[in-house]
Design a protein around this ligand. Sequence first.
Ligand SMILES: Nc1ncnc2c1ncn2[C@@H]1O[C@H](COP(=O)(O)OP(=O)(O)OP(=O)(O)O)[C@@H](O)[C@H]1O
Ligand SMILES: [Mg+2]
Length: 498
Amino acid sequence: MAEKKEKVLSVNNLVINFKTDNGILKAVRNVSFDLYQGETLCIVGESGSGKSVTSKTIMGILANNAIIADGNIIYRGENLLEISEDEFYKIRGHKIGMIFQDPLSSLNPIVKIGKQITEAMLINSDKLKTMYNDLISDDLIRYKNTLAKMNIAISTERKKLDALISETRAKEGRTAQQRAADKALIKQKKAEFKAFEKKTREEYMGKAKEYKAILAETEKKAKKEVAAYKAQVTEEYKARQAEIKGKLSAASTKEEKDALKKELELAKEDLDNKLCITKAEAKRRALEIMKEVGIPEPERRYNQYPFEFSGGMRQRIVIAIALTASPEILICDEPTTALDVTIQAQILELINKIKAERNLSCIFITHDLGVVANMADRVAVMYAGKIVEYGTSDEIFFEPKHPYTWALLSSIPDVDSKEKLEAIPGTPPNMIHPPKGDAFAIRSKYAMNIDFREEPPFFKLSDTHYAATWLLDPHAPKVEMPKIVSERIKNSLEGGAQ
Ligand SMILES: Nc1ncnc2c1ncn2[C@@H]1O[C@H](COP(=O)(O)OP(=O)(O)OP(=O)(O)O)[C@@H](O)[C@H]1O
Ligand SMILES: [Mg+2]
């Protein structure tokens, strides 16, 4: 793989905290990864490791108590964490689609399947409006983004201040002196925030004013252009209508008249299609997509309700809905956990097929490393809010380096015996007080003293393979991976790995 693939999404140094009654929960801690065009990146980790929070941040659907404390998410040269709602609306569900774990919660139980698939298409059915929006889009987004950047900058600082205040309040056993010092610090931080807010507003409002004036001009021009287009197609239709009507009055036989009447209908349909996406067109597209995701008898299924579908079929519908917008990136958050094993395999196969046919880039989230083998180009292993190992699929499966990756590999049910070889001992840590050093140390029989004190850096194993474990430090004793893992690797290599 010598050729350089294009990065479609780049997550850098992402830090997400949640304000909770018990303190600040550190859900995502300095996560970075790249998604390449046409590839699948699998994010693997136990429950609570921060997988969903990461994907929700990309989709811009974090809960209200979330604090984006640091980092950026670059998509087409823009930081998704700083763009306005207007632009996000164009991206979320359109350029970047998402499939969730439970298909039932993403479908409306009392609306027929066909309607749910066509709904999104028909929301944007007014082609004149779409044309107008496209014409003003760049200027509108520039203006709105400026305001959004200003508001985000201010609210991020405000949230940091709030977090500091609540953390200070939660501190126990402070002496009077410490209290006074804390109070002074908070007072100072409040003053700094006020100054920051004032400066930020001044800075951005100047630019925003300028962009607003440009936008107003563009809006005027766009209105004219759309009106001209509408006048033109209507004019053309009228001319055509007059021509056919002329022929109709001259026609003598019934066949001739019927043919001309049909032509008249077609001309009207043609005009409708130029002005909006008609219901008929939406239905035609919906049936095509239903076929693409493997729904048998789509015509009949179109008029059924979700409860008339099996779990696997419902998940296919959810995938169909995500596809109606022709996304470039598809995020699948544990899309098969609610399904039984055979159906799970079928859905995975479907996702792989769609990905290849549409040249999609996928982020596939799962807690089961076994699922990953046939899907992933690259794998990010997450533990306690961090990526602890990152590499190509081959590197993770054949040269794993982090004890947590070993543990995950040991816990995959064996393909032949189907037995689960080794459960991971212990439980994931409390993320309000994440452990110092390597968070996995307490559950790992390979832990060294340093693992409890200092956080391991990322050791580079190849251009594509990184792992954060002190075992890779040159001073560390040589440790072999668990026998179960090495045997499995040996077996799969001997068995002629595909
Ligand atoms: N709104 C919230 N408020 C407080 N804590 C939250 C919130 N959302 C998520 N968390 C916490 O963030 C951490 C990461 O959660 P996340 O949902 O990303 O886990 P996950 O890896 O997707 O796990 P699972 O496999 O169970 O889906 C967890 O400790 C979770 O409890
Ligand atoms: Mg999750």
